[in-house]
Design a protein around this ligand. Structure first.
Ligand SMILES: [Zn+2]
Length: 79
């Protein structure tokens, strides 16, 4: 019988070590400019079963660093 894990969002992959499909856990491997590279590992024996690239919409576009100490407006920038 197939068990359903409603709250478990991770997918299952076939694990050659366990010789059966296992729920996978995601480990953050790398943070790329285009997103995050996750490592999919077997939740039972921690064998790497694959990789997944997750685009990160939360990442804000690169913006220039504004100086922490800004001159007071109207002073220091007079021409
Ligand atoms: Zn396994």
């Amino acid at each position: 019988m197939a068990q359903q894990f409603g709250s478990f969002t991770a997918s299952e992959l076939y694990c050659p070590k366990c010789r059966r499909s296992q729920p996978v856990r995601e480990r953050l491997l790398l943070v790329l400019p285009t997103g995050e590279l996750h490592d999919l590992v077997c939740s039972r024996c921690a064998t790497s079963l694959g990789k997944r690239t997750v685009s990160a919409p939360a990442v804000a576009p690169v913006r220039a660093r504004s100086r922490a100490a800004r001159p007071a407006p109207g002073r220091g920038l007079l021409r």
